[in-house]
Design a binder for this molecule. Structure first.
Ligand code: 13P
Length: 342
């Protein structure tokens, strides 16, 4: 393990004003997203769409790295340049989603356990040859009657810590992503408690496994009321509760914390990140690692005319990336949205 390389790459991922773009939707997720905008989902349409993102001129100003899916890290531009190589040439880091999905947790109805540890050492070694500098593993935590259970918290934290250790052994920065789902009618307080519980267990397990926090990134969901909750959370409430929750368990030597958007609106996700970064000095950089909250307008514009709309879709991508970059610096204002090119 090269601790200084891990440290340097982790630092680069969360450099001031930069964040990550998650473009690691599995083929099944891609099917859903493409179907929603009326585009057939084939290997070629997925490639063409991802090419638009990867080659977008200037994206490197706001985005430090892009997370790929197994199919995507192997794909190339129409001129034959591999996607990870395009990123490396632009000074960005390629990342790879390595879990194999969240499956039903046995004897715990409605709860999930993320799989993918078997053969992971070998898969990481192969991804390394493509240039992967970091990896991602997503665990899913549901809030409901009696859940999350201790069994679900424990099993997912254990798997994430074992994944993180394997990544660091291979000099790949692990992103550990426990996503507390926004679906449901739970309150902000219930979300706070669930997030607190998984973070607490996760950092205990990471310490047990000997994971170097300076070379690791936490990808967190925000503390927010469920989408069906009678009382929705304000921007201030989300920012305050999320930062408070993170401070409870995330050690100061952690390289950084990035957020998923989890089904929040595009501008809402940006406003929440900005508000957190406006709360004053924090122990770690806080930035974005959004998929939908960046890609929503991009995919929609591209889908309207996949041949003619590449530049318009890229302009939307750049705009959302820039807004989130400003939010990562606490310099965003909602009035800026009037400048948007879509
Ligand atoms: P969303 O921003 O769409 O939640 O996706 C982020 C991600 O990487 C989920 O694993």
């Amino acid at each position: 393990m090269d601790a200084s390389l891990l440290h340097a790459n982790a630092k680069k991922m969360v450099a001031p004003g930069k964040g990550l773009l998650a473009a690691d939707e599995s083929t099944a997720s891609c099917e859903k997203r493409f179907a929603a905008v009326g585009v057939p989902c084939t290997e070629e349409t997925r490639r063409a769409y991802r090419e638009l993102i990867v080659v977008a001129p200037g994206i490197e100003e706001y985005v430090s790295g892009i997370i790929f899916y197994d199919e995507t890290i192997r794909q190339s531009t129409k001129d034959g340049k591999r996607f990870p190589d395009v990123l490396l040439e632009k000074g960005m880091l390629p990342g790879i989603k390595v879990d194999t999905g969240a499956k039903d947790l046995a004897l715990h109805a409605g709860e999930k356990i993320t799989e993918g540890l078997d053969g992971l050492r070998e898969r990481l070694a192969e991804y390394k040859t493509f240039g992967a500098a970091f990896a991602k593993w997503r665990a899913v935590i549901t809030i409901g009657e009696g859940v999350p259970s201790e069994a679900c918290i424990d099993a997912n934290a254990e798997a994430m810590a074992r994944y993180a250790a394997l990544c660091q052994e291979a000099d790949i920065v692990p992103i550990v992503e426990p996503e507390v789902l926004i679906d449901g009618d739970h309150s902000l307080e219930q979300c706070y408690q669930a997030t607190l519980a998984i973070h607490k267990k996760l950092f205990e397990k990471l310490a047990e496994e000997g994971v170097h926090l300076e070379g690791a990134i936490l990808k967190s969901s925000m503390v927010i009321a469920g989408t069906q909750a009678a009382k929705q959370s304000s921007v201030h409430e989300v920012a305050e509760a999320t930062v408070r929750c993170l401070k409870e368990n995330a050690p100061a030597d952690l390289a950084g914390i990035v957020f998923l958007s989890g089904g929040q609106g595009d501008e809402q996700a940006t406003a929440h990140l900005d508000a957190m970064n406006k709360t004053g000095a924090l122990p770690w950089p806080l930035t974005f690692s959004y998929s939908r909250a960046i890609q929503n307008p991009v995919l929609k514009i591209w889908a309207a005319d996949t041949h003619a709309n590449t530049e318009k879709a890229q302009a939307a991508l750049l705009f959302r990336a820039k807004m989130n970059s400003l939010a990562a610096l606490g310099k965003y204002a909602s009035e800026m949205e009037s400048e948007r090119p879509y």
